[in-house]
Design a protein around this ligand. Structure first.
Ligand code: T5A
Length: 215
């Protein structure tokens, strides 16, 4: 069976990281070797770039700088983690990937989709996710979860944005899901944790079974 590339997407605090353990478990039960990773990050150099991106500083970060750093981190992540894993037949699950760039830098920051597409082609060539799990919830629900979780911790540069920014992130994600319904599965993440996990579990078990049939 060839490797599969699965990405998990959604706005701040929607529950992506929490659900990764469920995803890992379902894949293990299906006998699939899987590499769990995240963006920005996933390699030592990409994690350093993540620090640059997330740490609030006095110097304003121009949107173009933010966009290029996202793809710089992605380039090393792809070459050193994602592609080698897929080539040996492992499955890769990434907590965020390029759909986040379209949602955050494109839809929310207002950067040109055509420019993002140029960088996507440059960095990824033809590589695209096979399956994208989009966890979707109203912004106020997700931000409240993030707020509760972050109590006593430092707020990152994105979390300092206002609600309108996250509304644009959400609508950007939903628009991409509507454009590519065969790749995306939109999951209502506003429900209780157990229900969201159950939906993911059943959806992924079906996906693994189908992947095994098709090789
Ligand atoms: N970014 C990233 C870009 O701008 N462009 C890009 O190209 C990329 C790749 C990364 C930031 O970088 C930006 C987006 C981000 O702002 P991050 O920390 O990786 O930062 O991303 P966040 O979205 O900030 O991740 P979070 O950890 O905040 O959100 P999660 O992972 O979605 O939420 P999670 O799982 O930590 O859950 C939050 C809280 O809610 C609870 C959990 O227990 C936790 O306390 N919870 C639930 N509670 C009730 N019901 C449920 N169903 C729940 N599910 C989870």
């Amino acid at each position: 069976m060839k490797g599969r590339f699965i990405t998990v997407e959604g706005g701040e605090g929607v529950g992506k990281t929490t659900q990764l353990s469920v995803i890992k478990q379902v894949l293990a039960e299906g006998g699939v070797e899987c590499v769990m990773t995240r963006e920005p990050g996933g390699t030592p150099r990409a994690e350093q770039i993540r620090e640059l991106l997330l740490t609030p500083t006095q110097e304003p970060m121009p949107p173009t700088c933010e966009l290029l750093l996202m793809f710089a981190a992605r380039a090393t992540h792809l070459e050193n983690v994602i592609k080698p894993a897929l080539e040996r037949g492992a499955w890769v699950v990434s907590d965020r990937f390029t759909d986040a760039t379209y949602a955050y830098q494109g839809s929310a920051r207002g950067m040109s989709v055509a420019d993002i597409a140029v960088l996507e082609d440059l960095v990824q060539r033809s590589l695209r996710p096979d399956l994208t799990l989009l966890l979707d919830a109203p912004v106020e629900v997700a931000l409240e979860r993030a707020r509760q979780r972050n109590q006593g911790q430092q707020t990152d540069r994105f979390e300092l944005e206002r609600a309108g920014f996250f509304e644009r992130v959400r609508s950007g994600y939903l628009a991409r899901a509507a454009q590519e319904p065969q790749r995306f599965r939109v999951i209502d993440a506003s429900r209780p944790l157990k229900d969201v996990s159950e939906t993911l579990r059943s959806l992924l078990a079906t996906y693994v079974a189908e992947a095994k049939r098709h090789g």
